[in-house]
Ligand binder design. Structure first.
Ligand code: FES
Length: 579
C-alpha cells in the first residue's frame, strides 16, 4: 500500500495550517524553508516530524546526537514523513551551575513553546543527560502531540587499573578515599579519562540511566531504549526504528495523552524499584504526571515500591554497569521478571502493550539481573517518610542505604547551607561522630535554588578515618542518582519555604524509622512554635531574571518542583498567524 493510501488525513494536520495555504502566509512559511533545498513534495501534507535535539558540546552526554538524529531522519523518510530537526536547551549535569535542575523547567518551556509554535505533527525527543529527559517529556506532555522519546545511550564501562569504575559512584568513592588518606591525589586525577571513555551518558544506574529506563517502562520509548550503549550500532537501529514509528503514530493520532495513563506511571514506579533507580525519578515523574493531569502522588510511590525487590546488580547499589546490563538482557528482562506487579495492558509507543513487548525477554546473566524469586536486594522501591520534620513527605532509597541505620536515633549536627557544610565539615573541632544525624538546610527548590544534588554530603574526615562509611543524613536537597548511603532527601516543605527543617538546631534528637515510614524531630511543639517566631525569613542572592521567576513559582519536591503556572497541558493552539 502506498503511504498516501494509508494516510487519509494527509494534508489535514496542523502542519498544513502553515504549509498548506495558497496565500501570503503559506508562501512565507514554505519559501524560507526551501532555502534548505527541499523538494516540493515535502510540503504535500505528509506528516511533519520535529526532532527536538539536545545536542551541545557543553553537554558531553548528548554530544553524539548528530548521528542519532540522522538515523531518526532515515526512518522518518522511509515511512513517508518529513523530518525537521530543531535545537532545544541542553541541561548539562556535569557543567551547569548552580545546578542543571534549576534549568529543567526552563528547558521544558523551551520545548513546549517550540513544539507549539512550529509546524509539526509529531515529535521525537532526543534525550540523554539527566535533566534532558524529564525536561523534554514535560514540555511535550503540555503540547500533547504524538511523541516518542529516544535516549542517547550510556557510555561504555569505565575501567581503571583493572577495576570497573562507574560514573559518579567512583567520584564519590575516590574522593572519600583521598580524604581518608587511602588514595593519592595524583591517582584520583589519573582516573578522570578512565571514567568517561566513550560517547554517552553516565553508565551507572544513576539518573540518566534511570530516566532512560523510565522512558522504556512508561512506554514512551522503544524496547531496549534504556541500556543499549551509545556507541553500539544497535542504538542507531533503535533511533532508525523510532523514526519509522513516529510517522505511523501521527497517522494513528496516538497522542501522549492516549498513550500515557496512570497505569503507565505505576509500571514505571515498579520498574524504578526493580532497577534500584535514582531518587530523582520521583521529582521528574511527578512533574511529568502533573503536565499530563494525572493523579500520581508520593503515596503511589510508597504503595507500589513496598513489595518490589531490587533485581539489578548495578552501581551505585551493586557492582555492574549499564553495558553489562544490556548484555544481560537489559530492561526487557527486568520487566518480564516483575510482570506480576505490572499493568500488563498498558500501551507503548510501538503500538503493543508492555507485556507483549517483554513477556518473552531472556535473561542471559543472573548475576546482573537477579530473578524475582531470589532478588538482589529485598527492598527496591523508594520509601516515603513522613512526620513532624517532613509533613509533606521525604524519601529514602533503602537499596542504597545501610540496613543498620534504617532505624536510628541521633543527635543533629546542622549545616545552614552547603557553604556552611563545606566550611566546617573537616574542622577537627566539629562536634560530630558516626551516631549523629547530619542535617543540611536551604538546598531545596527555592533555597539553593534548583534543589541541588548535595543531599549525599560526604562524611567528616575524622569519621571516615575510623573506617566508617555511612551516617544518616537529612536534607531538602536531592542526591545524585550515582550516590549511595542512608540519605533522607526531598524533605517537604523545604527550609526556605518555611518547612520544619528550618527549625532544627544542633543537639536536637532526630528519629529515622524506615520500616514505619517515620521521620521525627524529637522537640516538643511549644518549643518548635517558639523557634518559628524567631526564625529569619530565607533570602538568597538570586534576585533577577530566570532565577527570580524560578524562586517565585517553583512548587515543592512532592509535586515535582515544576512551576505552578506550567502544571497541566494546553495542547498546540497557536491562536494567531505570524504574518
Ligand atoms: Fe550527564 Fe551523568 S552527567 S548523565
Amino acid at each position: 500500500m502506498s503511504n498516501d493510501a494509508k494516510d487519509p488525513n494527509k494534508g489535514k494536520r496542523r502542519s498544513s495550517e502553515w504549509w498548506g495555504k495558497a496565500d501570503k502566509d503559506g508562501f512565507a512559511h514554505r519559501s524560507w524553508m526551501k532555502n534548505q533545498g527541499l523538494p516540493e513534495d515535502m510540503f504535500d501534507g505528509r506528516p511533519v516530524i520535529g526532532i527536538a535535539n539536545t545536542f551541545s558540546e557543553f553537554n558531553p552526554c548528548n554530544a553524539h546526537f548528530g548521528g542519532i538524529a540522522e538515523r531518526v531522519k532515515r526512518g522518518i523518510y522511509e515511512a513517508g514523513g518529513f523530518p525537521v530537526e530543531f535545537p532545544v536547551f541542553s541541561n548539562s549535569e556535569s557543567q551547569l551551575r548552580p545546578t542543571a535542575m534549576l534549568y529543567r523547567n526552563l528547558a521544558s518551556m523551551d520545548v513546549e513553546e517550540a513544539i507549539r509554535g512550529l509546524p509539526m505533527d509529531g515529535v521525537v525527543l532526543l534525550v540523554g543527560c539527566d535533566k534532558t529527559t524529564p525536561a523534554l517529556l514535560m514540555g511535550a506532555a503540555s503540547c500533547d502531540l504524538p511523541t516518542i522519546c529516544v535516549s542517547g545511550g550510556p557510555m561504555l564501562n569505565g575501567h581503571y587499573r583493572g577495576e570497573q569504575i562507574g560514573s559518579g559512584t567512583h567520584v564519590w568513592k575516590f574522593s572519600e578515599a583521598v580524604k581518608a588518606g587511602e588514595m593519592t591525589l595524583e591517582d584520583f586525577l589519573g582516573a578522570e579519562q578512565a571514567n568517561a571513555r566513550s560517547a554517552g551518558h553516565c553508565m551507572t544506574m544513576g539518573t540518566a540511566s534511570t530516566m532512560a529506563s523510565m522512558v522504556e517502562s512508561l512506554g514512551i520509548g522503544m524496547p531496549h531504549n534504556a541500556a543499549i550503549p551509545a556507541v553500539d550500532s544497535r542504538r542507531n537501529v533503535l533511533a532508525h526504528m523510532a523514526g519509522r514509528r513516529i510517522v505511523d503514530m501521527v497517522r494513528e493520532d496516538l497522542r501522549m495523552s492516549k498513550l500515557l495513563k496512570k497505569e503507565n506511571f505505576e509500571n514505571a514506579i515498579v520498574v524504578n524499584g526493580a532497577i534500584g533507580g535514582s531518587t530523582n525519578a520521583v521529582v521528574h515523574l511527578q512533574a511529568i504526571a502533573g503536565r499530563m493531569e494525572l493523579d500520581v502522588s508520593l503515596d503511589d510511590w510508597d504503595r507500589l515500591g513496598r513489595s518490589v525487590p531490587c533485581l539489578v546488580n548495578l552501581m551505585p547499589s551493586g557492582k555492574y554497569l549499564m553495558e553489562d546490563f544490556y548484555y544481560a538482557g537489559g530492561l526487557p528482562a527486568v520487566i518480564r521478571e516483575v510482570g506480576e506487579f505490572l499493568n500488563k495492558d498498558a500501551l507503548t509507543a510501538n503500538g503493543k502493550t508492555i507485556w507483549e513487548n517483554n513477556k518473552d525477554a531472556p535473561n542471559y546473566n543472573q548475576d546482573v539481573i537477579f530473578p524475582l524469586a531470589a532478588p538482589f536486594k529485598p527492598n527496591g522501591g523508594l520509601a516515603v517518610l513522613r512526620g513532624n520534620l517532613a509533613p509533606n513527605g521525604a524519601i529514602i532509597k533503602p537499596s542504597a542505604a545501610s540496613p543498620e541505620l534504617m532505624n536510628h536515633r541521633g543527635r543533629a549536627v546542622v549545616f545552614e547551607d552547603i557553604e556552611d557544610y563545606k566550611t566546617r565539615i573537616d574542622d577537627p573541632d566539629l562536634d560530630i561522630d558516626e551516631n549523629c544525624v547530619m542535617v543540611l538546610k536551604n538546598c531545596g527548590p527555592r533555597g539553593y535554588p534548583g534543589m541541588a544534588e548535595v543531599g549525599n554530603m560526604g562524611l567528616p574526615s575524622k569519621v571516615l578515618k575510623k573506617g566508617i562509611t555511612d551516617m544518616v543524613r537529612v536534607s531538602d536537597a536531592r542526591m545524585s542518582g550515582t550516590a549511595y548511603g542512608t540519605v533522607v532527601l526531598h524533605v517537604a516543605p523545604e527550609a526556605a519555604a518555611g518547612g520544619p527543617l528550618a527549625l532544627v538546631q544542633n543537639g536536637d534528637m532526630i528519629e529515622l524509622d524506615v520500616a514505619n515510614r517515620r521521620l521525627h524531630l524529637d522537640v516538643d511543639e511549644a518549643e518548635l512554635a517558639r523557634r518559628r517566631e524567631t526564625v529569619k525569613p530565607f533570602e538568597n542572592d538570586y534576585r533577577r531574571g530566570y532565577s527570580k521567576l524560578y524562586i517565585e513559582h517553583v512548587t515543592q519536591a512532592d509535586t515535582g518542583a515544576d512551576f505552578d503556572f506550567l502544571i497541566g497541558r494546553s495542547g498546540t493552539p497557536t491562536l494567531r498567524e505570524s504574518h
